[in-house]
Design a protein around this ligand. Structure first.
Ligand SMILES: [Zn+2]
Ligand SMILES: [Zn+2]
Ligand SMILES: [Zn+2]
Length: 288
């Protein structure tokens, strides 16, 4: 079996529709369920058929069906491990579904940093899991024989309860970086001693990157000071990246806020794709 990654959700933590919001994107998603978007998550299928989930969102039941459909197995996926980037709402609010009230699993391996595990223990959602603390930048196989390795890559991100990591998935032929949330490019690049996004992705060996695209630009949330919102805008990322050229990694923007105009396939979408980059979609499948 070929190692592959399936994108199981592309929205920011609140999903689309977003609670308490009657914007045009949210109302359209109430009318047409095809326009609903799950919070971000990835499924990695191992060479031995094992299934490894990154992030546990409240859309878990739909995401496990989407994953099974995408990789061509019947029924629904049942993860053999779960990995978490950080403890913000949409990344962890599905963990409870592994417990007694729903799936009733036990001793399911869960990989995260020590501070994320400590925080989730405090929130009393760890009973179904057998947690393992992961050290930054040290590759490991989430199960023996899965045929790929995970590397947790530290990134600065409003770390009020616990720290945050991106996750690099190193498959037999390609590596993918999953970077749903970080505060600012300057801080992330400085933490890794890199000058540019390209330089950093090359340094860690990412052929493919799924990166934080929460907001299109600073005009997106009228009345809110965007400097207080801890995400680089897509406009800034595009300015830093410029046009894609030969040898560049494949980059797709994910973690879209309900307000993000990239949810419409209109001018912002055309501008981004015209530069050679992509917007992630649910069920997008990458061989690694
Ligand atoms: Zn998030
Ligand atoms: Zn909305
Ligand atoms: Zn976050």
């Amino acid at each position: 079996m070929a190692v592959s990654l399936t994108l199981l959700g592309i929205a920011q933590d609140g999903g689309v529709p977003h609670a308490g919001c009657a914007c045009s994107h949210c109302m359209a998603a109430h009318r047409d369920h095809q326009l609903r978007r799950h919070p971000v998550a990835c499924g990695v299928l191992g060479a031995d058929g094992s299934m490894h989930l990154i992030e546990a969102s409240r859309s878990l039941p739909d995401q496990m069906r989407l994953w099974a459909e995408t990789v061509g197995i019947g029924g629904v996926a049942r993860p053999d491990s779960v990995s978490l980037t950080h403890v913000h709402l949409g990344h962890v609010d599905g963990l409870g579904q592994f417990g007694k009230e729903v799936m009733g699993v036990s001793n399911l391996p869960l990989y995260a940093s020590s501070s994320v595990i400590a925080e989730m223990e405090k929130r009393e959602v760890m009973e179904p899991f057998s947690p393992s603390e992961v050290s930054p930048m040290q590759g490991f196989e989430p199960s023996e024989g899965c045929g790929f390795e995970l590397f947790f890559v530290p990134v600065p991100h409003r770390d009020e309860f616990a720290d945050t990591h991106a996750i690099l998935i190193r498959g037999p032929s390609r590596s993918a970086l999953f970077l749903p949330d970080h505060d600012k490019w300057d801080a992330t690049l400085a933490e890794h001693g890199a000058e540019t996004i390209r330089g950093w992705l090359a340094e860690i060996g990412a052929d493919l990157a799924l990166i934080d695209g929460s907001f299109w630009d600073s005009g997106e949330l009228p009345g809110r000071d965007m400097s207080e919102i801890p995400h680089p805008t897509v406009s800034e990322s595009l300015l830093r990246l410029g046009v894609r050229s030969e040898g560049d990694p494949e980059i797709h923007f994910i973690h879209l806020n309900h307000s993000n105009p990239l949810l419409n396939q209109e001018k912002e979408y055309d501008e981004l794709t015209g530069m050679g980059w992509g917007v992630g979609w649910q069920g997008q499948h990458f061989s690694l």
